[in-house]
Design a protein around this ligand. Structure first.
Ligand code: GLN
Length: 550
């Protein structure tokens, strides 16, 4: 088998940045000229993260093929610059689901179905599927979610142990990420948590090959030596993963320590230096802004920044592309009313209303959009944000006082946003249907759909092309019954499905920049290529600031 597998496990505690570490290593290997893919194995029982609350789980990331995945897939796409798919993320739930389906079908011929070998075999099959096809990648990075020692993670670790034996040491490697705290009172780095977590791995038959130590300060050589000795790894296989102010610096920090070099040697990958010109340029641009823009994000999940991860990153990328610092202010839409509007947005150069589900906080968003429209503040509405922009325009410009979305007012008189029951799906080349019974879970318009862009609009200017593809995740759509009346009042439909049946982007007239889109452009933004809509939005906000301040 051509593909080499790198398993990344985590010890001591969660949130050490396994996803970022794996993605950064992926970026370095790619910069060495290798083809890289990546997969996240999540130990939880949910079959996919689509129905999990953003409060608990953070954002649901969506791929082109419509998979609802863990937000780490977003990091992977941003660092690797390649689109991923359903096969790049799986959960214990899905593995069990597949095994139980086979059992029901009689595939096991009445045999006893067990964690070992049936569940572990299914995991191995999923991992190995990455190396199939005509053009298998040189390297597959596999991140095992959770922390070593968790009950749920055991089948994944066992599958990894078996794969290492089956594929051999040249083809399989384990990087174990741990925490090395610096105790100020003692004035030293502490290695005991690392030793314990490696012991935990050893107890299930896994000797890590590389230890990556999350730390506040780089780890001194003698501490690395100690870790190497006690954990039984090469002295030059202990690396620091230092806290950084900018996450895009991680690949450069890893490179400086020789991380990718050591891994290439261990896996006998072709020797070649990583070309990091683009990464260095990116950090330079980050560090040398020429202007600034303050953006308010008006949403419901503001206490948990992870819920807006891709959005946050897309705005940051757009800042760099404009050579501007983007200062993000999260505003809880439930706390907004006409009375505190002025005060809330006094310092803001742009307002963004992101996606969301449910009625809570919606009226605050609609009020916010009215303010942005009337005061001519650059505005960007994404998914629910676009739907609210349509409701706002219908209510306050077109005089449809009861305009609402079917999601919030199912029996309402004027559902300008509604649940479409039948439409032609260009991606699947078939008619799709949806009814009330299929309203929960897995019935959304998901994944990449083509969109036709109207030239001469803000969207047209941003994209500079007329055919685009963007990712969706929603149930409700613009109701075409209101298209004419809204158009008569000036609403511009700057993006539609190729046959014109689905409205994908709206704008309002005589406004410096006001765009609502039904899709989620944030899923396709990349640090090296900021998304055109975000870039144009931040550009407009920077301009607004310059005009207001002079
Ligand atoms: N709740 C809306 C819908 O289902 C919007 C979803 C979203 O913003 N992702 O259509």
């Amino acid at each position: 088998m051509k593909t080499k597998f790198i398993f990344v496990t985590g010890g001591v505690l969660s949130s050490l940045g396994k996803g970022l570490a794996a993605a950064s290593l992926g970026a370095l290997l790619k910069a060495r000229g290798l083809s890289v893919t990546i997969q996240k194995l999540d130990p939880y029982i949910n079959v996919d993260p689509g129905t999990m609350s953003p409060f608990q789980h953070g954002e649901v990331f969506v791929t082109d093929d419509g998979a609802e995945t863990d937000l780490d897939l977003g990091h992977y796409e941003r660092y690797l610059g390649v689109p991923l798919s359903q096969k790049n993320n799986t959960t214990s739930g899905r593995i069990y689901y597949d095994v139980i389906t086979k059992e029901r079908r009689g595939d096991y011929l009445g045999g006893t179905v067990q964690v070992i070998p049936h569940i572990t075999d299914e995991i191995k099959r999923t991992v190995l599927s990455l190396a199939q096809g005509d053009n298998p990648p040189d390297v597959a990075l596999i991140e095992i979610g959770g922390t070593v020692g968790d009950i749920e993670g055991l089948p994944f670790l066992e599958a990894m142990r078996q794969l290492r034996t089956e594929l051999g040491r040249d083809s399989c490697l384990n990087i174990h990420l741990t925490l090395v705290p610096y105790l100020r009172s003692a004035g030293e780095h502490k290695t005991k948590p690392t030793q314990h977590s490696v012991k935990e791995l050893l107890s299930i038959g896994i000797q890590p090959d590389v230890i990556l130590c999350r730390c506040e300060e780089p780890i001194p050589a003698e501490v690395k030596r100690k870790i190497a000795l006690f954990c039984n790894v090469d002295e030059d296989a202990v690396f620091s993963s230092v806290d950084v102010k900018n996450v895009y610096e991680v690949p450069l920090k890893f490179y400086d320590e020789g991380f990718d070099q050591k891994i290439a040697i261990m896996l006998r990958l072709p020797a070649r230096n990583a070309d990091l010109t683009a990464w260095r340029q990116l950090i330079y641009d980050f560090d040398h802004p020429e202007s600034k823009a303050t953006i308010a994000i008006v949403g419901k999940y503001v206490e948990l920044k992870e819920a807006y991860k891709s959005l946050h990153e897309a705005l940051t990328h757009a800042g760099v592309a404009n050579r501007a610092t983007v200062d993000l202010r999260y505003v809880n839409s439930e706390e907004i009313s006409a009375d505190n509007m002025e005060k809330t947005f006094a310092e803001c150069d742009g307002i963004l209303v992101p996606g969301g589900f449910g009625y809570r906080g919606v009226e605050g968003k609609i009020e916010t959009i009215r303010y942005a429209r009337e005061k001519k503040i650059p505005f960007f509405g994404i998914c629910l944000g676009m739907q609210c922009a349509v409701i706002e325009f219908a209510r306050h410009v077109a005089g449809i006082a009861k305009a609402n979305s079917e999601e919030f007012d199912p029996l309402g008189a004027d559902k300008v946003i509604y649940l479409m029951t039948e439409w032609y799906d260009f991606r699947k080349q078939a008619v799709e249907t949806r009814d009330e019974a299929s309203d929960k879970g897995g019935t959304m318009r998901l994944g990449a759909y083509p969109c036709k862009v109207l030239p001469g609009t803000h969207a047209g200017d941003a994209y500079q092309k007329t055919e685009i593809s963007e990712r969706h995740r929603h149930r409700y759509e613009f109701n075409n019954a209101y298209k004419d009346i809204l158009a008569e009042h000036g609403m511009i439909f700057s993006g539609t499905s190729p046959d014109g049946s689905l409205v994908e982007m709206v704008e309002v007239p005589e406004h410096p920049w006001f765009v609502g889109c039904q899709f989620h452009p944030e899923f396709k933004s990349n640090p090296m290529h900021a998304h055109p809509l975000f870039k144009a939005f931040i550009g407009a906000a920077v301009k607004q600031r310059a005009e207001n301040r002079c």
